[in-house]
Every structure is written in structure tokens, then in C-alpha cells.
Design a protein around this ligand. Sequence first.
Ligand code: NDP
Length: 402
Amino acid sequence: MSKIIIIGAGGVGTVVAHKAAQNHAVFTDILLASRTQSKCDAIADAIGTKYGNQPIRTAQVDADNVAELVSLFKNFKPELVINVALPYQDLTIMDACLEAGVNYLDTANYEPKDEAKFEYKWQWAYQDKFEKAGLTAILGCGFDPGVTSIFTAYAAKHYFSKMEYLDIVDCNAGDHGKAFATNFNPEINIREVTQKGKYWENGQWVVTEPHEIHKPLIYPRIGPKESYVIYHEELESLVKNFPSLKRARFWMTFGQEYLTHLRVIQNIGMARIDPILYNGVEIVPIQFLKAVLPDPGELGENYTGETSIGCRIKGLDKEGKEIAYYIYNNCLHQDAYKETGTQGVSYTTGVPATIGALMFAKNNWRKPGVFNVEEFNPDPFLDELNKQGLPWHEIFNGDLEV
Ligand code: NDP
């Protein structure tokens, strides 16, 4: 029996609202709050009571404003906030949680608006405050970060005595029929994929030019896709929590068309995150670009194909013999759309966020402090992942290609 607030009424928020309503035996009272209340109302209306749930309540909130958040939390008195707004709001929401005595979960680490920097240091700095307040903060509970980190924890727990090489592989072999669109918030997405590449090797970070390292990797049910080493935030916490890792990398697939558009966007200055003066008004080019690009939450209707995301790990098994292990999930965009009206990338993020909230509500993941998801027991989470729409698979001692 749990009261929750979901903040953010985008693609991911839509999926969390559906999944939380489906789990109404646990989430008895749900409030969806975001900057634009009409978007919350549309989601709540579409869900109605179709899962046997109570109607979802809605509210307007500016999550950059701690006082507004505190007043919302004090009025509704939730046990947990699921933050699926933007990474810029992580710290204000965490501050409000501390002031109102509410637990916290998110899917992306804090980023300052004026610097595309993906680091946990700002949120890890809240450790003492959450611990003293007896509150739990669960960081990075989407798919990547999220399920990929939990897959890694599961491998460490059940199969490895020493994990040495980790390659997280993220393939989207879907086709949305648009010349260029991003699968989640365009501003956050473009900031992420245009930065320099970075991976962990022999105790230090190795920095590369953007998309410098690439090769085709074979994905289950999909086949070979050109995959690029990029920096991704879960690498930072995984190398800290699994210090036996000699190398940890993150690979993502991109089509040529996508990369060409990205290059042009950068070359003409549209990826800039600093304000410029336009007709006497300050605008940030990447924010203007977001306003003219397709809304990721609305790509679902014609989206075909599937995603395949997993972890390829090498090291020593519990007996000290060499082992190669691959754990992954494939998700069909069409299935995600049929169930929630959104595409697969929103679905693969929103389902784990809801399961993280379930883990908290059922006391499986609850301890005072700030934690990345791999610091909790992976078993009950992965049981639920199978039941909540994202079944996972394992391959032992196959060719990992990496
Ligand atoms: P969207 O842009 O579709 O949705 C974001 C929502 O947050 C919008 O409804 C927006 O409101 C709202 N919002 C933005 N600023 C504020 C504010 N100041 N106050 C209140 N609400 C605000 O993004 P997505 O749904 O695609 O992504 C949501 C989150 O999920 C992002 O943080 C993203 O990084 C993360 N993510 C994580 C992944 C993972 O695997 N871990 C993968 C994909 C995404 P409005 O509608 O008014 O603009």
C-alpha cells in the first residue's frame, strides 16, 4: 500500500503511469505532476481506471523550484517520488525530498544546464543527508543506467568470482520513419552522444574523439549493427562498485543517416548549450532545436523493429575457470506502443523505474542513504522484469566479439 508521485509527463512518465496503475495493489494512490498539467491530464485520462486502478491524480509543478515541490509533497504525503523529469531537476527534487521526508528514485544522473557533464558526484554528495534523514535515494533506475547495472550485479552474484571485462551493448534496430528524431528528450540525447568517448581501462579513464572506436556487433534476433564506444554514466558507478573490472565500455548503435544529421547539427551550431541573442531574446540553440524536432513520446505509432540491450562480461567463474557471459533483453517497439502508446525506448526506461519503486515499496530495496541500483539485491528486481514486460535471456560461453 503505497502513495507515489511521478514527476515528468513525457514518454517515460507515460510508461511509469501505466505500469504503476497496473500494479495498483501496491501503488494505491498515484499523483502525476509536471510542468504542463494538460499533459498529465491527457495521460491520466487515457489510463482512466482500465487496470482496475483508482484514477490517477494530476498536478502542476515546477520541479526547478524547491518550495513548490515541498508544498506539493507535504500536501500529498507520498512515500516515494519517481523523478522522470529531466536530469537538471535531480538536485532540486532531492532537496525537496529531504525537506518533506520523502524517498527518491530517478533514471538519469544530475547534469548542470550549462555543461554537458555526466557525473554522480553531485548526487553522491547527498549520501550523509539521506542517511541521517533515514531516507532512501535510488539512482539510475532506467534501462541504461538501470537494468544494465542490475544485470552486472546479477552476474557478479551468481556466476563470477572475478569480473574483468564488461561491455554494455545498446542496439536500437527500430525504424520510426522520420529523417531525424531522438528516442528520448532531444536536448539530453544530443548532449550525451556528441561528447567525447570515454571508457575504463587498467585503473584509469581513456578518452577518445566522439565515435572514434566502432565495429559491427551481432545482436540477438537483429544481426550485425555498427556499434560505437561512447561514455555512459553507469560506467562511473560500476567501476567503483566492481573494482575487479580491468576494462568497462559502453557501445551504442547509430545509423549513418543519424550520424550525418548529428554532424550537420553540430557544424551549424545547433547543438550549442550556451545562450545566444536572437532578435533581442536569449535562446539556447539546442533548446530551440528540441522544439522543432519530433516529440519522442509521439514516435510510437509507426515505430517498427526492436531494441536489444545487454551486458557482455568476461572473467573467472566461481571455480576460477574462464567464463564469457551475455545477458540481455529485446523489446519490440510495436508491443510497447500497443500497451502504453509510447515507443520502446520510453518503455524500457519506464518499466525498470516502476520496478525500482516496487522494490522500495516491498522493502526489498530500502536503506538510508544514496545508492546506485547495483548496490541492491538484483534477484527480486530481475524476477519482476520478467513479469512486467521485459523478459531477459542469458548466453554462456558464446563469442562476445569484444
Ligand atoms: P521528455 O522530454 O519526453 O519528458 C520530460 C518531462 O519532464 C516533460 O513532461 C517535461 O515537461 C517535464 N519537465 C521538464 N522540466 C520540468 C520542470 N522544471 N518541472 C516539471 N516538469 C518538468 O523526456 P523523456 O520522458 O524521454 O525522459 C525522461 C527522463 O528519463 C530524462 O531524465 C531522461 O534522461 C531519462 N532517460 C533515462 C534512460 C535510461 O535508460 N536510464 C533512457 C531514456 C531516458 P513539459 O512537457 O512541460 O516539457
